[in-house]
Ligand binder design. Structure first.
Ligand SMILES: Nc1ncnc2c1ncn2[C@@H]1O[C@H](COP(=O)(O)OP(=O)(O)O)[C@@H](O)[C@H]1O
Ligand SMILES: C[C@@](O)(CCOP(=O)(O)O)CC(=O)O
Length: 531
């Protein structure tokens, strides 16, 4: 039996959605909200015990699917692809797979997941044939909201499947999270694109590419260029919670383009110029307040122009317009991100925008029933949590995960502004590291037990998704972590001697408790390892 876990990020599109399907340039960045896939490949059963089954568990949806290997063989026949050569699913095969999915009687309310389940069956049988195994999927991303859940599903699924296939020689003694080589990532990306086609119909490939390679990219006609932001860029992501379907929206734009070819060609050309200019501005360095403001004003203008053109394409929505009007009251520029028709909207939060104003905008958007989260576009081009990663779960899963995460945390500490006087003390640094590790686990919703020995002078008092209040070295500290920042979380640490926790009602207690020697954290589910 072999087991692996893979995770791959979602994305935001800063400019160029839809037009990218028609050959224009687009700019996208990975976000630290991921799909997590675990895959267990079982050895063949002795002939007298039948030939086992292929299983898929969509944990967040409360759905489990199972197909016997013999049923799959009867319906799909003998021939399947070589895992090292991605091929498109033929229309005939899609129909057969759709029939196999239909047999599973997905409840009507969740029928929109069928394309994802078909995509799973295609990728699984193409890469592993009818070998018995189980895939478990969980996701941090809102599904169908423009943050690329489908691509992150395809990439993490393909990553896990390929890791245990003949196409890759993954070192099974490897016990830490590791990254595929460039060639392997390219193979993951090509297979994920085939999966995206099943869900989307006609994807441009930008979503699976940014999910596979992480960081920020400029993309056109299948070609990517990695770009680095010359200065931090803060975006507010507002989820209107209006459901929509990417496939239908992409098809709608294509229909409009065939009705008005010349006008729409001009719209796509304009978007191409906007994306190229945006990419250049993002990469230009800006150090002082004047150049930072000038840079951000240009970005805001380009976002507004892009939004106008998306309206021309017919993919805005009343809820998106409400977000635009709300943010405009505060002189903030917004645009939809992803396919539109609902889903998410991006708003640039200028560097010099007072946090009180940002809080007001968020409160007003919240009061409209929308959901906000903040993201920082990374100045680091690639980061561990911002691309497809793989963990071999054969051994010591929890302990290895702890080590891997701690490394990430050290990386953050070195590269952010948290290195304060206190951090000079190695004990304090160790404590911060452990706390950030906890936040990370909490944000990722990881099923892991904490390490047996943890810094004894730390007690975590309260924690929400972005604030953690802890008692370290005889002082209270408020840890304010921008969650899901793009590969480069911003960590503000405020030292607050003897401040009572009641002053921080937003930090809801979640029951982390530290026990000396035992190392048990109250709120963690018990370690189940791989299911
Ligand atoms: N975690 C998941 N499990 C199963 N299917 C998924 C998952 N994430 C995405 N999908 C598939 O992708 C579809 C959503 O994709 P799409 O409409 O493109 O929106 P998004 O912007 O989130 O990518 C879902 O209907 C489902 O078929
Ligand atoms: C509209 C489009 O440009 C982006 C779709 O993004 P999402 O599926 O809404 O996350 C389609 C594509 O590029 O494949």
């Amino acid at each position: 039996m072999a087991e692996v876990r893979a995770r791959a990020p979602g994305k935001i599109i800063l400019s160029g959605e839809h037009a990218v399907v028609h050959g224009s340039t687009a700019v996208a960045a990975a976000i630290d909200l991921c799909t997590h896939v675990s895959f267990r490949l079982d050895p063949p059963l002795p002939p007298e015990n039948g030939d086992g089954s292929v299983e898929l568990e969509l944990t967040d949806m409360g759905l489990v699917f199972s197909w016997s290997s013999s049923r799959l063989k009867v319906v799909l026949g003998d021939g399947f692809a070589d895992s090292s050569t991605p091929v498109s699913c033929s229309p005939g095969r899609i129909k057969l797979i759709a029939a196999l999915v239909e047999e599973q009687n997905i409840p009507e309310a969740k029928i929109w997941l069928s394309s994802g389940v078909s995509c799973f069956l295609y990728l699984y049988t193409s890469i592993h044939g009818y070998k018995r195994g189980k895939v478990v999927v969980t996701s941090d991303l809102p599904l169908g909201s423009g943050l690329g859940s489908s691509a992150s599903f395809c990439v993490s699924l393909v990553g896990a499947l390929l890791a245990l296939s003949d196409a890759m020689s993954v070192d099974t003694s490897q016990t830490e999270w590791f990254k595929f080589s460039k060639n392997e990532l390219e193979l993951v990306n090509r297979w994920a694109f085939e999966g995206e086609k099943i869900i989307h119909g006609k994807p441009s490939g930008i979503d699976n590419t940014v999910s596979t390679f992480g960081g920020m990219i400029q993309f056109r006609l299948g070609e990517l260029t990695h770009i680095k932001s010359g200065a931090p860029l803060r975006m507010l992501i507002t989820n209107t919670k209006v459901g929509r379907n990417t496939k239908a929206l992409v098809a709608g734009v294509s229909e409009r383009a065939s009705r008005h070819p010349d006008a729409m060609a001009s719209v796509f050309t304009a978007v191409d110029f906007i994306s190229k200019e945006l990419s250049a501005i993002i990469q230009a360095p800006a150090q002082d307040d004047i150049s930072i403001t000038a840079r951000e004003e240009k970005i805001e203008e380009l976002m507004e122009m892009n939004q106008g053109l998306l309206q021309c394409m017919g993919v805005s929505h009343a809820a998106i317009e409400t977000v635009l009007r709300t943010t405009l009251k505060y002189k903030l520029a917004s645009k939809l991100t992803g396919a539109g028709g609902g889903g998410c909207v991006l708003t640039l939060l200028p560097t010099l925008l007072p946090s009180t104003v940002a809080d007001k905008v968020i409160a007003e958007l919240d009061s409209c029933g929308f959901q906000c989260l903040k993201a920082e576009i990374s100045i680091v081009s690639s980061c561990k949590v911002s691309s497809c990663w793989i963990l071999n779960c054969a051994k010591k899963y929890c302990w290895d995960l702890e080590i891997a995460c701690s490394y990430t945390v050290i990386g953050w500490l070195l590269s952010t502004s948290v290195v304060t006087e206190e951090a000079a003390s190695s004990q304090w640094k160790e404590a911060v590291k452990k706390i950030l590790f906890l936040i990370l686990l909490y944000q990722l919703g990881v099923n892991a037990a904490p390490p047996p020995a943890i810094t004894p002078h730390v007690s975590v008092l309260t924690c929400s998704r972005d604030v953690l209040f802890a008692y370290v070295d005889g002082f209270h500290h408020l840890f304010n972590v921008t969650p899901f920042a793009l590969g480069h979380p911003v960590i503000y640490i405020t030292r607050l001697p003897s401040t009572p926790t009641s002053l921080y009602p937003q930090a809801l207690p979640i029951g982390f408790t530290y026990q000396h020697g035992g190392g048990i954290f109250g709120n963690y589910r018990e370690n189940r390892g791989l299911c």
